[in-house]
Design a protein around this ligand. Structure first.
Ligand SMILES: Nc1nc2c(ncn2[C@@H]2O[C@H](COP(=O)(O)OP(=O)(O)OP(=O)(O)O)[C@@H](O)[C@H]2O)c(=O)[nH]1
Ligand SMILES: [Mg+2]
Length: 265
């Protein structure tokens, strides 16, 4: 009897329902406000194999949406419901269908080719992979001395209040398992969004690994951030969050819960 022949008639077992920790589906969420000239630089450098690209547009008055569709016809384009970068990210996170969400800016200042390092840290057991310009291997060609000092002070306050070990509080290039969204519950509008996320991740006791990241100059256009106004919003967020009860992430699937240790939180 030909056992090989008979074995091919057996039904294949059903595919596993849970995402494999070694092949997660990666959603990239990109907030945009008049970034038409920068998008070609960002899209060209995105890694292969992404599950989806979600662009959350803040009602740009330039050709951002048209350019995005031309560059990548499969891009999912959302019009944000409210105002500000925080609101845009909340809209994008809610729509994401991947296992992992990467948040990255559209101004060309962050390097999409760093995304695999973030994903790898998550696959290795981190809950949250946090970009840092101020750890070994990171850097910035963009930040002013004033902002650098302000960021350092605010990072120190965050670490003191929330027991975290962050080296770069106000940086918008991060990645996390989608199951962390309930712990983040992004409910702010503006540039304080990274602070809100970082603080809530720390309060939830999630495993953070910092990833060295290099920030280049914005390629075209003007920054939307106002150092004093937005620094003040960050400070108010740090103080206010002390009164907000910690939220919890959804449980990790058993196969993806291997901890690496040595995180930054
Ligand atoms: N959808 C949306 N995107 C925004 C909004 N404000 C800023 N962005 C986007 O958020 C990203 C970061 O904004 P930037 O203006 O570069 O601010 P920043 O990077 O924090 O500050 P700089 O270091 O000065 O560039 C960019 O991709 C912007 O296009 C907004 O109100 N809505
Ligand atoms: Mg920028």
């Amino acid at each position: 009897m030909d056992t090989h022949a008979s074995s091919t008639t057996l039904e294949e077992p059903p595919a596993a329902e849970l995402p494999s920790p070694t092949a997660p589906r990666v959603s990239v969420v990109i907030p945009t406000l008049n970034e038409a000239r920068n998008l070609p630089h960002v899209f060209a450098r995105l890694p292969e194999g992404l599950h989806e690209i979600i662009l959350v547009d803040g009602h740009s008055t330039d050709d951002t949406v048209t350019v995005a569709r031309e560059l990548f016809p499969d891009v999912r384009i959302l019009a944000q419901s409210g105002k500000g970068k925080g609101d845009a990210l909340a809209c994008g996170f809610q729509a994401a269908r991947g296992d992992i969400i990467v948040m990255i800016d559209a101004d060309g200042s962050q390097r999409p080719e760093e995304i695999p390092a973030y994903v790898e840290a998550l696959v290795q057991g981190a809950d949250f992979a946090k970009g840092s310009r101020f750890m070994a291997g990171g850097g910035s060609a963009d930040i002013t001395l004033f902002r650098k000092v302000g960021n350092r002070v605010l990072t120190g306050i965050a670490n003191t209040l929330y027991g975290s070990r962050y080296t770069d509080l106000c940086y918008g290039f991060n990645a996390f398992w989608t199951r962390c969204l309930p712990a983040m519950n992004v409910d702010c509008d503006g540039f304080e969004v990274e602070t809100l996320i970082n603080v809530r991740i720390a309060k939830a006791g999630l495993e953070v690994v910092e990833i060295p990241s290099f920030e280049d100059d914005r390629i075209h256009g003007e920054s939307n951030l106002n150092t004093v106004r937005d620094g003040w919003r960050v400070l108010k967020t740090l103080i206010r969050e002390r009164r907000v009860a910690p939220l919890q992430a959804a449980p990790a699937p058993a196969s993806a819960s291997v901890a690496t240790g040595g995180g930054a939180s």
